[in-house]
Design a protein around this ligand. Structure first.
Ligand code: UAG
Ligand code: ATP
Ligand code: API
Length: 485
């Protein structure tokens, strides 16, 4: 509960006589969630206009409204702001009494590697006795309890409300470009902002790479004066980000070395003043060059947090991985199956090169494309898959409101190479690869990781993991039956 006048100070709106005795008992930006005594924030969305639900909000008990349109609202006070999403972020921060203020706040952005890096950092910090909350694509973990996550970066209301219940010392959060554009993290003050990499993705939303990059860059404007940017140095975009962060006077740690054993000699991984001349092994059980990149980012962040570099190394060496990211399974024939979340060309390159480096005999690659998302990345993804795999099994990913017929059409237009086959049903596609695989072959299933399917498939399995589980059980049952005959 908070008096409206006090709440309004968060967005520099002048209190009036009319608002003096109004008590606010909650905030909402969806009219359906408004209860008696709530402040409703009307947002002009991508699909709907929150302002057209103001009457519904009042019916549900709203005592005041914030919006970004010039409107006449009857019965309750209405305040016009420049941007409702920004207002929502500051109102939520105020209402929940700035719950991140006494915590170490770490934000991670980048096209790929956010989730993996966040789990690595959590693992390292916990090995040193820190308690960590984690907000990301797979789940939200608070006070050691895990719950499903609706978004990679939550809306500010849900975020602040959850953090207000957290006893954790550190908050590690993935910050998506959608989250940045939609001001979901506005008003937060980060101790560390991390950049993993950038490549073409989400251009259905951002339209071009420049806008996508600028979205990512905006995270770094939220660094505290004492905050540090950790930037994995891969290309011109990361160089540009480096220049930007320096221009706003924040400390930058640039990571530009990459070896199986990471030498901090001559790198700025640790302050130049520290002059550490040692090598560290950044091996984890997660295979792939990309995971060494993620580990080096996690390493640098932890060392900057004051953790002894050897202790960080030890913790990383003990990191067992995370669900749906290069997760390995054994096929009864001796083939290997990997489930991974790769959904960009560069991620395909990393994953398939890693598999090849394991002396894979044949590679069967099962993947699809999320409906209604960046379509321009698809041809490149197929090209890379064709370059490295022996068969490209094109299937459904989430259809996301695209009809099955249309997606089959889209797959047929792209999958014209003789090495491509199209099996729309994802479980059937995995089953096909399963049947093909022999000793030393690899089945690579990408795109969904540990996520659940949004629509059911013929075997009624709910995820790639469950499909594999089903096939594994079936084959052991078959073996048992064969043995008992
Ligand atoms: C494209 C996009 O990001 N959309 C997000 C956006 O929704 P929107 O602006 O389209 O909202 P809208 O449906 O037009 O509605 C406008 C307003 O009317 C309100 N409303 C609506 C109906 C009603 O009856 N009453 C009412 O008040 C809504 O609550 C909303 O405030 O704001 C919503 C609230 O925060 C988000 O839930 C929603 O995420 C959608 C579901 C989504 O799919 N987002 C994805 C793309 C996303 O954000 N992904 C990133 C990860 C990307 C990555 O992996 O890199 C993420 O952070 O999860
Ligand atoms: N540093 C990296 N460089 C390139 N590809 C990577 C890197 N790290 C992970 N990947 C690939 O990207 C996939 C997704 O990784 P991860 O979930 O860590 O990234 P993310 O940024 O959280 O992704 P998303 O935003 O889609 O949730 C991995 O399964 C792997 O294929
Ligand atoms: N398999 C999906 C993953 C999308 C990543 C997700 N985090 C999002 O865009 O919301 C794809 O091919 O695009």
């Amino acid at each position: 509960m908070m008096m409206l006048n006090e709440l309004l100070t968060a967005i520099n709106v002048k209190a009036t006589q009319m608002t003096q005795n109004i008590l606010v008992s909650g905030l909402a930006f969806n009219s359906k969630k408004v209860e008696k005594g709530f402040l409703f924030v009307a947002i002009s969305g991508n699909h709907m206009d929150g302002h057209s639900f103001i009457e519904d909000a009042i019916q549900n008990g709203a005592v005041a409204i914030i919006g970004e349109k010039c409107l006449e609202v009857r019965n309750v006070p209405y305040f016009q702001v420049n941007d409702s999403r920004t207002a929502l972020a500051y109102l939520a921060k105020k209402y929940f009494q700035n719950p991140t203020k006494d915590k170490i706040l770490i934000g991670i952005t980048g096209t790929n590697g956010k989730t993996t890096t966040s789990y690595m950092i959590k693992h390292i910090l916990e090995s040193q006795g820190f308690s960590c909350a984690l907000f990301g694509s797979i789940s939200v973990i608070l006070n050691n309890e895990e719950q499903a996550s609706s978004h990679t970066t939550l809306d500010p209301l849900t975020f602040h409300e959850l953090v207000a219940t957290s006893n954790d010392q550190v908050i590690i959060m993935e910050v998506s470009s959608h989250g940045l554009i939609q001001q979901r993290v506005e008003g937060l003050e980060f101790d560390f902002c991390i950049f993993t990499n950038i490549e073409q993705e989400h251009l259905d939303y951002h339209k071009n790479m420049e806008s996508y990059y600028l979205a990512k860059q905006s995270l770094f404007a939220l660094l505290k004066n004492s905050g540090t940017a950790i930037i994995y140095s891969g290309n011109d975009w990361s160089e540009r980000l480096n220049t930007y962060v320096e221009s706003i006077g924040r400390k930058v740690i640039k990571i530009n070395g990459l070896f199986p054993t990471y030498s901090v000699l001559d790198s700025s991984l640790i302050d130049e003043t520290t002059q550490v001349k040692e090598t560290f092994s950044l091996a984890t059980t997660m295979q792939g060059k990309h995971n060494i990149e993620n580990a080096s980012v996690a390493f640098a962040t932890s060392v900057q947090l004051g953790i002894d570099a050897r202790a960080v190394e030890e913790a990383l060496n003990d990191f067992k991985g995370l669900p749906g990211r290069f997760q390995l399974f054994s096929h009864p024939t001796g083939a290997t199956i990997v489930i991974d979340y790769a959904h960009t060309a560069n991620a395909f390159q990393h994953i398939l090169e890693t598999v090849k480096s394991q002396n894979a005999k044949n590679i069967y690659h099962v993947f699809g494309f999320r409906g209604n998302r960046d379509v321009n990345k698809r041809a490149k993804m197929i090209e890379i898959s064709l370059r490295h795999s022996n068969q490209c099994i094109l299937t459904f990913d989430d259809l996301n409101n695209v009809s099955p017929e249309q997606m089959i059409n889209e797959l047929q237009l792209l999958g014209t190479h003789e090495k491509c086959i199209i099996i729309p049903d994802r479980t059937e596609a995995i089953k096909h690869a399963w049947k093909m695989a022999q000793a030393n072959d690899w089945i690579v299933i990408t795109g969904k990781g540990c996520e659940s399917y949004k629509q059911s498939y013929t075997l009624s399995t709910t995820s790639d993991m469950q499909t594999l589980d089903y096939l594994l059980k079936q084959s052991s049952q078959f073996k048992q039956e064969a043995e008992s005959c």
